[in-house]
Write a protein that binds this ligand. Structure first.
Ligand code: HEC
Length: 302
């Protein structure tokens, strides 16, 4: 009985396998289909779009109208063809923005304007195309988040408060924002623990490790910033200098002689080798010049 069930499942899977790839369609949300460009597609704009196209799209989609796209699965297709041109500007914009393997997403590669330029360029291959009336983009719709750093020296806690900046310039606690805390170091910053998501009061707390070496003056410099890999927010980090951290009598990395330091702090052997090689090179040059003078003089004598 068990074996028979397994057999049925396996046969079903095997039979449906070839169709899996075919059933994938590229759906665009209805509200995105209606999105229209924020400016008119002038010949100048189309020219700029052509440059974007040849840099970013040509390698896969080929020359519009020439059916010479790259041999990929699914095929990229010719974007000047009727099938592609039947789609709305919004559908194209969405597809260019989000991509779909093997097509890359251009969200972070091209600016919104540049994505519209490409759309404009591709529409120049469609004589029947009439551009819908442009609609200027609404003011920034994402969140604007600012951070505020404070230090509770008794609890040894770093408190990050995140605020949503509202349209009317009011502030409201920003919940659900992922914040990371960094400590400034000579070479780059050091992350302190893992990121913390702000609670309903917009607060994220970090414990300051007591054994973390401070700077020579006994201070530590902190930076808090929002983690926003998708770029959905406009954020401002905050910095704070606190008198905390393990005191540290060691000379700073930049105060001792080291090969990464400036000239006056470079190791003696580097200065010596350098000076010596400069002297040798100059010695040769002077020697050659003197020999030339000698040759010149002896030539004149005869
Ligand atoms: C790495 C190859 C690759 C690059 C680069 C690429 N695409 Fe694509 N593109 C594809 C593939 C493959 C498809 C088909 C995807 C599918 O149907 O699932 C596609 C589909 C599309 C579609 C949808 C066509 C339709 O009929 O639904 C548009 C629009 C599009 N690409 C525009 C662009 C633009 C504009 C660029 C440059 C900014 C670009 N692509 C760069 C591979 C690529």
């Amino acid at each position: 009985m068990r074996k028979r069930n397994l057999f049925i499942v396996l046969t079903g899977l095997t039979l449906s396998f070839p169709f899996m790839g075919m059933s994938q369609t590229w759906d665009v949300p209805a509200d995105q289909k209606e999105v229209v460009a924020p400016f008119k597609f002038t010949p100048g704009i189309q020219k700029q779009g052509e440059q974007i196209y040849s840099k970013n799209c040509h390698s896969c989609h080929g020359n519009p109208g020439k059916n010479d796209w790259a041999k990929l699965t699914p095929p990229p297709g010719d974007l000047s063809a009727v099938k592609a041109q039947q789609q709305t500007d919004g559908e194209w914009f969405y597809k260019i923005t989000t991509g779909k393997a093997p097509m890359p997403e251009f969200r972070n590669v091209l600016s919104e304007d540049e994505r519209w330029w490409v759309v404009a360029f591709l529409r120049s291959f469609n004589p029947g195309y009439i551009q819908p009336e442009p609609v200027a983009k609404k003011v920034f719709t994402g969140r604007v988040v600012t951070l505020n750093l404070t230090f509770d020296s008794t609890q040894k806690q770093v408190i990050v408060k995140a605020y949503d900046m509202l349209q009317d310039k009011r502030k409201a606690p920003a919940a659900g924002v992922e914040v990371e805390l960094l400590v400034k170091r000579y070479f780059g910053n050091l992350t302190m623990g893992s990121p913390v998501t702000t609670n309903t009061q917009g607060i994220a707390k970090f414990t300051f490790p007591g054994d973390l070496p401070a700077q020579r003056d006994g201070f530590s410099e902190l930076v808090a910033r929002v983690l926003d890999p998708k770029g959905l927010m406009q954020t401002t980090p905050d910095t704070l200098r606190i008198a905390a951290g393990k005191s540290n009598d060691q000379p700073s990395l930049l105060e001792t002689r080291a090969w990464w330091s400036v000239r006056s702090k470079a190791p003696v052997w580097i200065i010596l080798t350098y000076t010596l090689s400069v002297l040798i090179v100059w010695g040769f040059i002077i020697y050659i010049l003197l020999s030339m003078v000698k040759i010149y003089k002896s030539g004149k004598l005869k």
